[in-house]
Design a protein around this ligand. Structure first.
Ligand code: ADP
Length: 483
């Protein structure tokens, strides 16, 4: 089956055809009315003409009002096909009667009316409908010719046994039949072309509908996407707000923490300094002589106190580093002097531990280097002190300063406990201490290298090491002469 137009469009074209029917049915009726009657059973045909015109008017009237009533359209849409078929059937019969009355076959101009139902069925029922109606129309025209030539009366009489003249004998009937046959073919061709055109149009309609549906789908998809985007954007904005709030809170907390550390550390430093000087006076015998045993005990106390001061200083440094309060002031210095000064400071510790520090001076004096001397001293102290601390008694620590590739190169080498391979990557993290170091030297903050790395980086330099457990460690620092 060909494509049947949708209910909506069928209703639409039906309305249109119903309107047209008033005119063409009336025209056909008038034609039948004014034509000179040359048909035998005139009375019968006249009655048929009026009856059918009346029937068409009634049915069309029904159609006319029902189709315009929105409440009934729904109901009607189910029967619209049958109603249309009935209308077309009635039209055909009506035209049959009018054609008979107006001279039959091609002699009557009424045969032109048959084109109307052919076209109408093309619109309403497509290809098959058009061909069927064309066939029926052709058949009707043939019938009118046969009626006109009393063919059916002849058949009837012959069947009854009355000898009657055969209308075909004159030859005129044949001529008329051929003419009607040609009309038959013209109807069929009209139906065929009409059906063909309607198919083309429907295919185009379908294509259009498909495209529209596709576009609608795309629009719907786009709308959904837009909504989703909108939603995500709102979510992002909310998250962003939450994050900045959280961040603000964290910054506040961090600030509070930093203030607490700073206050506590400063508060601790003052009494610790007092203890330091008191112990020193006692150890030095400034307030009277003490026994050796007392001296040893006081010295231990003094050392512990010193360690506590170092720890607090380290903590303060880390806090200042992280809060950005660590201020640098760079001045040109003779780096070797900085190093030998530090070695001198650390000699007592080394001697106590029976570790020898050797200093390999550069071959000739180096150019001055721009550093923050206090901070750089902290770095040197930490590295040399560590080398001594983690050396075995009797060991040697070699400190070296040289110029290499336009950079100042400083290194501290020891033959101590080394850093276990699996912990080497964490060595610069704050508070990190290798397991072997904890075993050997219980005190230590794990902050020294963290601070040293930060200071070296701030000088545009680099710090690294190579180490093997039980063999020794070498720390390297390279610094640019000017930044
Ligand atoms: P601390 O020495 O106070 O523990 P540092 O930050 O100076 O803290 O050093 C961190 C860790 O690095 C030490 O605990 C130790 O495990 C390791 N380390 C540093 N220098 C040496 C070294 N010369 N030999 C062996 N281990 C070292």
């Amino acid at each position: 089956m060909g494509h049947v137009p949708s209910v909506g469009s069928r209703l639409n074209s039906t309305t249109w055809i119903v309107d047209a029917r008033w005119y063409y049915a009336t025209l056909a009726f008038l034609l039948g009315l004014i034509t000179e009657r040359n048909v035998e059973s005139q009375g019968f045909y006249d009655a048929a003409l009026f009856a059918m015109y009346g029937a068409i008017l009634v049915l069309n009237g029904f159609f006319h009002f029902v189709i315009r009533d929105p409440a009934r359209t729904e109901q009607l849409s189910k029967h619209v096909n049958s109603l249309n078929m009935a209308q077309i059937g009635l039209d055909l019969l009506f035209f049959l009667v009018v054609t008979i009355i107006t001279g039959s076959g091609v002699e009557s101009i009424a045969h032109s009316f048959f084109f109307i139902p052919i076209i109408v069925s093309t619109i309403l029922f497509g290809f098959r409908g058009a061909i069927t109606v064309a066939g029926v129309s052709g058949l009707f025209v043939l019938i009118t010719v046969l009626i006109n030539y009393d063919f059916f009366a002849y058949l009837y009489a012959t069947a009854r046994g009355f000898p009657t003249e055969n209308p075909a004998a004159s030859g005129l009937l044949w001529v008329e039949l051929v003419k009607a046959g040609i009309l038959f073919i013209i109807y069929l061709m009209t139906g065929f072309f009409g059906g063909y055109i309607s198919r083309l149009m429907r295919a185009r309609d379908l294509l259009l509908i498909e495209q529209i549906e596709k576009s609608e789908q795309q629009v719907a998809q786009l709308e959904a996407l837009t909504k989703e985007f909108d939603h995500s954007a709102k979510l992002l904005v909310r998250r962003d707000l939450e994050l900045s709030n959280a961040n603000q809170k964290l910054t506040q907390l961090d600030q509070m923490k930093s203030e607490i550390i700073s206050v506590v550390a400063h508060q601790l430093r003052t009494p610790l300094s007092a203890i330091k000087w008191t112990l020193k006076m006692l150890v030095d015998g400034d307030v009277g002589s003490i026994t050796d045993e007392q001296k040893t005990l006081l010295e231990k106390g003094y050392e512990s106190n010193e360690r506590m001061i170092t720890l607090i200083n380290d903590m303060l440094s880390v806090d200042r580093l992280e809060s950005g309060k660590f201020k640098y002031s760079f001045v040109p210095v003779q780096f070797e002097e900085l190093v030998s000064g530090m070695i001198e400071e650390l000699l007592p510790v080394a001697t106590q531990k029976n570790v020898r520090i050797e200093f390999m001076h550069p071959e000739k004096d180096l150019q001055k280097i721009k550093v923050d001397p206090d901070k750089m001293r902290d770095v040197l102290q930490n590295l040399i002190d560590n080398a001594v601390k983690y050396s075995n008694p009797g060991g040697v620590v070699s400190v070296r300063v040289a110029e290499e590739d336009n950079m100042l190169h400083f290194s501290v080498k020891d033959a101590g406990i080394g850093i276990p391979q699996d912990q080497q990557e964490k060595i610069f993290s704050r508070f990190f201490r290798a397991t072997n170091a904890i075993h050997m030297q219980t005190d230590g903050s794990g902050l020294g290298l963290f601070i040293a790395q930060s200071v070296v980086k701030r000088h545009g330099g680099r710090i690294w090491f190579e180490s093997a457990e039980q063999t020794g460690t070498t720390f390297h620092v390279s610094l640019p002469f000017s930044q």
